[in-house]
Write a protein that binds this ligand. Structure first.
Ligand SMILES: NC(=O)c1ccc[n+]([C@@H]2O[C@H](COP(=O)([O-])OP(=O)(O)OC[C@H]3O[C@@H](n4cnc5c(N)ncnc54)[C@H](OP(=O)(O)O)[C@@H]3O)[C@@H](O)[C@H]2O)c1
Length: 322
């Protein structure tokens, strides 16, 4: 099949594209060309911007399926939850309709909710509504937090852990709960959504095999990275009220390309980010990977203080003129 992947230059895209290629699909990756990519050789991104819709219909020409991976997890300039996650999806749908695409696959998030209390989750829900109302074949996957090379969440946590402190800061009481899933496993589920006829019109929640608290995740990441502080290898968690962390999060959000935490992320910790432990096995017929044995990639991260200079997934160059 010919598959166009919007947001294919991002973290999940870097795992999905090789998975689709290995299954014999013809891939077109669409992005704004604002970041360095790790695309397989011979594959260059085609320009498309979901903010305006520019380039999308042209990029979708001849595609059978569009997988939409575009989203932002913080508001930054023109790139907002509303303009990218909600309205941007509307532009993807419109362009897919114009180009005669048959199927849309949308990667959404567990907790996507019509209640606007959490703006990110509300915008993901709005994006889903555009997909579901498209009149095209559609499949929606809602994922818990995803780990793997080039990820955001776990790499930032490892970065925070590398800061020189005798303890590990855990926001709140540490009981915020997640179901980390490997990027390769998300890619397998997305491939099934691209290929299988019987998945049309379905919403799937996906997560790994474990429900883990933020404190458990922090300790696992600390153990995996082996970061110590003046010889203290096993640092204890220090629980801090998110209200105390909020001013720092606001400042980081304003000045850092890749803040360790944003105010919205602190707010969302009260909402469980989980589904059934066997969701992937039931929905997709395979056992997803556990977190702890698969965190080796975090050891490649730079050490403090170079971690703070690392731009991670942030923008590398300005968008090209249209
Ligand atoms: N990572 C997770 O833990 C997680 C968990 C649940 C759900 N999800 C969902 O999974 C999807 C992929 O997430 P990710 O972690 O791979 O994100 P990511 O690494 O930040 O990638 C986002 C992609 O969107 C593209 N993009 C951003 N603004 C754009 C615009 N205006 N026009 C066109 N493309 C634009 C970026 O490319 P350029 O900057 O090059 O344009 C990039 O390829 C998102 O929908 C996210 O909500 C992720």
């Amino acid at each position: 099949m010919r598959v166009a992947v919007t947001g294919g230059t991002g973290f999940v895209g870097s795992h999905l594209v090789p998975t689709l290629l290995a299954s014999g699909h013809e891939i077109r990756v669409i992005g704004r060309g604002t970041r360095s990519t790790t695309l397989p050789s011979g594959l260059a991104p085609t320009f498309g911007d979901v903010l305006t819709g520019a380039g999308l219909a042209e990029a979708f020409q001849d595609a059978d399926v569009v997988v939409n991976l575009v989203a932002v997890i913080r508001n930054q300039g023109l790139q907002t939850f509303e303009s990218v996650n909600a309205q941007g999806t509307a532009h993807v749908v419109e362009a897919a309709q114009r180009a005669g695409v048959r199927r849309l696959v949308q990667l959404s998030a567990i907790g996507a909710d019509p209640d606007p209390t959490f703006p990110y989750l509300f915008s993901k829900w709005q994006g889903e509504q555009w997909i579901r109302g498209s009149g095209l074949e559609w499949v929606v996957l809602r994922s818990s937090v995803i780990f793997g090379e080039r990820d955001g969440f776990f790499s930032l946590l490892a970065k925070a852990i590398s800061l020189p402190a005798p303890f590990l800061v855990v926001p709140g009481d540490g009981t915020a709960i997640f179901q980390p899933i490997a990027a390769e496993d998300v890619a397998r589920c997305l491939r099934a959504a691209v290929e299988d006829e019987d998945r049309i019109g379905q919403i799937y929640e996906v997560g790994g095999p474990e429900h883990l608290t933020l404190e458990q995740i922090t300790m696992l990441v600390a153990a995996a990275t082996g970061k110590e502080w003046f010889g203290i290898a096993r640092r204890r968690p220090l629980h801090l009220d998110p209200r105390l962390l909020r001013p720092g999060a606001i400042v980081m959000d304003k000045i850092m390309p890749n803040p360790l935490v944003t105010p919205q992320q602190l707010d969302m910790l009260v909402k469980p980010n989980i589904t059934a432990r066997d969701a992937v096995e039931t929905g997709f017929g395979f056992e997803p990977s556990r977190l702890a044995p698969n965190l080796g990639y975090l050891r490649k991260q730079k050490r403090w203080p170079f971690t703070l200079l690392d731009q991670g997934n942030a923008r590398m160059k300005p968008p090209p003129a249209i």
